[in-house]
Design a protein around this ligand. Structure first.
Ligand SMILES: Nc1ccn([C@@H]2O[C@H](COP(=O)(O)OP(=O)(O)OP(=O)(O)O)[C@@H](O)[C@H]2O)c(=O)n1
Ligand SMILES: O=P(O)(O)OC[C@@H](O)[C@@H](O)[C@@H](O)CO
Length: 227
């Protein structure tokens, strides 16, 4: 048994303010997307990797990802993250289990991958996340409305793991209903199906702004020091 991973990497990284797709920015000399793909290349449970990118970046992606023996196809991305993932879902060879993972989360750990993979085999839809460490308030502009019970929320990361048939059904339903989502499990929720949660780790950040590049380098340096 094994899983296929779909990696959306076709964004433009507006919040990063870089002149190019942030996926190509180097973290300790290695492009972010290479760090991300390396984690799945190293996971023995991962059998196939699909990456979505913009058409005009296909060539550079093929070049920098040529080390990967599991990369099956570089697929054209779409206007939004969910469109990029849907394109990959339609192109991929059918496989029992599928994970979706942001190209922009290069620090996914083997222990989180293992927890997701183990859980999806009995639960069909599993996400990972961490507990907030701060107090959370609901606000209306600059006025506090109330305080959120932290025991009832998590900050959601990727990967998110699904049975292939459930994810395909969820995407088809979402597109038929014109749903706009910020993560894939929202589409499964919209079907009324149960989504399970396993613990992620705080290092599994999404590289979104310039600050995250500095944090990312610290994470990499810390990890290498402990190998
Ligand atoms: N049309 C899009 C938009 C985003 N993504 C990917 O989805 C992941 C998460 O998106 P985000 O962090 O929002 O990336 P960007 O869209 O690039 O960032 P921004 O919103 O700042 O432009 C990233 O790996 C990004 O490349 C994608 O494949 N296709
Ligand atoms: O809304 P954004 O474009 O920043 O990110 C969308 C997703 O990538 C994000 O919701 C998942 O990584 C889960 O947190």
């Amino acid at each position: 048994m094994s899983y296929t991973v779909l990696i959306p990497a076709a964004g433009s990284g507006k919040r990063m303010g870089a002149p190019q797709n942030k996926m190509l920015l180097p973290l300790l000399d290695i492009p972010i997307i290479v760090h991300t793909v390396e984690q799945f290349e190293a996971d023995e449970n991962c059998a196939a990797i699909y990456v979505a990118t913009k058409r005009d970046e296909r060539e550079i992606f093929s070049e920098i990802l040529s080390f990967s023996s599991k990369l099956k196809e570089i697929v054209d991305g779409g206007d939004e993250r969910q469109d990029s993932i849907y394109n990959m879902l339609q192109q991929m060879e059918e496989h029992e289990w599928v994970m979706v993972h942001d190209g922009a989360r290069p620090f996914i750990s083997k222990s989180v991958l293992n927890a997701l993979y183990e859980s999806v085999q009995t639960n069909d839809a599993v996400i990972c996340g961490v507990r907030p460490k701060d107090t959370l308030k609901r606000v209306n502009q600059d006025i506090v409305k109330d305080t959120v019970n932290r025991d009832e929320v998590i900050m959601v990361h990727t990967p998110q793991a699904f049975s292939y048939t459930l994810l395909k059904r969820a995407y088809e339903h979402a597109y038929a209903q014109n749903l706009v989502v910020t993560d894939d499990s929202m589409m499964v929720e919209a079907l009324g199906e149960r989504v399970h949660v396993v613990e992620s780790d705080y290092n599994n950040i999404k590289i979104t702004t310039q600050d995250d590049m500095l944090t990312g380098e610290r994470i990499l340096l810390g990890r290498d020091n402990h190998v």
